[in-house]
Design a protein around this ligand. Structure first.
Ligand code: FDA
Length: 396
């Protein structure tokens, strides 16, 4: 006979949901893990260019954006990158550090999905795929969830359905609607880790599509030193994706195109090589097409020796803080994650359970905690999933 009652129902078999289900299951609880997609972990499969950047060894709460900057500390402290690395090692999955503490599989992201699915099976988790959730109710201490026409009940319900970024992969705002219905508030969701668009007046930069440069990008006091990439719509690349999570509409960003340049580098060049054309001085440190576009914007040319120091200083200053006024982002269709989401104000940072409704949990990207690019978002999914799974395992 089909068992219709569980200790917990986890909605969303993504990174956070699988971690939560396997942890609660391993703790002896009966868990139903349901997803409307036909396969678990679809975002994991396409992550990190197919190799899944599964964690970052520099994980710390200050690399996350949230309405409460302290909220993520507890979960991140109790389930660390080393804990996930130990799991990956137990499964014999080879990995390497690429750059900036980012750990990737040597083989394929599929290994991570298989590892998590295998742990769920070993923990006795029931996996239900390809069926929509059509109703959710709560009463007498039980959540009742109708999935594929059948009603299931449990004292624990975990919202792990992620955010609306990349809707073509089955992403929805389901967690927000459900959270609101149960009295949790939602911080306005917005696309994050997303390319920025530039207006028609920046057509010159659009024509640089494909050109990239190592830059420092700034917005207010936040800065990132990584590559920026020009696209036919605007700006992308790791540095831009990072700053996009902080950027606010109708504000500008500053780009230092020569973050390693010495003070007064152009004046030094002028003294040492007065016959050198300005164009060549720039192209020595920048991709040639970019150097040409910047000079066109600066409306300046000639040999260094013929240009006044004042003009060269002005060029140095512009190149060190080139102002772009993005018109927007490429939206949820291109956003690697969603910032905002279920407000942490109503959740326990230790268990991820709603303060006012015992048994209701929210984890992963659905929650208003958004990590930097580079494995931080998966680490949040593992840590928050583990925290909720552990709390369910410990519950009566
Ligand atoms: P996730 O989105 O993984 O899972 C949610 C699950 O809920 C999905 O399986 C979905 O089908 C299901 N669902 C949604 N609505 C539902 C509904 N109504 N009913 C039932 N089920 C529903 N991060 C990182 O740290 N390193 C990386 O390398 C990358 N790379 C990367 C590449 C790309 C292209 C994207 C789009 C994103 C990344 N990320 C990343 C971000 C990372 O994928 C993301 O932070 C985690 O997958 C979030 O995990 P969750 O489990 O919270 O949501």
């Amino acid at each position: 006979m089909t068992q219709r009652h569980y200790d917990a129902i986890v909605l969303g078999a993504g990174a956070a949901g699988m971690m939560c289900a396997m942890t609660a299951g391993a703790g002896g609880k009966r868990v139903l893990l349901a997803d409307h997609a036909d396969a678990p972990g679809r975002k994991i499969l396409i992550s990190g260019g197919g190799r899944c950047n599964f964690t970052n060894i520099h994980t710390a709460a200050d690399r996350y954006i949230s309405g409460n900057p302290h909220f993520a500390k507890s979960a991140l402290g109790r389930y660390s990158p080393q804990d996930f690395i130990a799991l990956v090692d137990r499964h014999g999955i080879a990995w390497h550090e690429k750059t900036l503490g980012q750990l990737f599989c040597d083989g394929s992201a599929r290994q991570i999905v298989e590892m998590l699915a295998g742990e769920c099976t070993a923990a006795g988790v029931t996996l239900m795929l390809g069926r929509p959730v059509t109703a959710i109710g709560h009463g007498d201490g039980l959540f009742r969830v109708t999935i594929g026409g059948t009603e299931w009940s449990a004292p624990g319900l975990v919202l792990a359905t992620g955010g609306p970024s990349i809707p073509k992969l089955g992403a929805t705002g389901f967690a927000y609607d459900t959270a609101r219905r149960f009295g949790l508030s939602v911080v306005q969701p917005r696309p994050a880790l997303v390319p920025l668009t530039l207006g028609a007046e920046e057509a010159l930069f659009h024509s640089l599509s494909g050109v990239s440069a190592e830059v420092e990008v700034r917005w207010n006091k936040t800065r990132f030193r990584e590559a920026a990439l020009f696209t036919h719509r605007g700006l992308s690349g790791p540095a831009i994706l990072q700053i996009s999570s902080y950027w606010q509409h109708r504000t500008g960003i500053g780009v230092d195109f020569l973050p390693d340049a010495a003070l007064d580098w152009l004046l030094t060049q002028k003294r040492e090589r007065p016959r050198m054309p300005l164009r060549r001085a720039l192209a020595a440190s920048l991709p040639e097409r970019l150097a040409e576009a910047l000079l066109e914007k600066l409306d300046m040319q000639g040999e260094l020796g013929n240009l006044p120091d004042k003009a060269l200083r002005a060029i140095q200053a512009r190149l060190a803080d080139w102002r772009f006024a993005p018109t927007g982002t490429e939206g949820f269709a291109k956003a690697e994650v969603t910032a905002g989401g279920i407000s942490v104000a109503g959740l326990s940072s230790r268990s991820m359970m709603a303060d006012h409704l015992p048994g209701l949990y929210a984890i992963g990207e659905a929650v208003d905690v958004t990590g930097w690019l580079g494995g931080y978002n998966f680490q949040w999914a593992w840590a928050s999933g583990w925290a909720a799974g552990q709390a369910i395992a410990e519950s009566a």
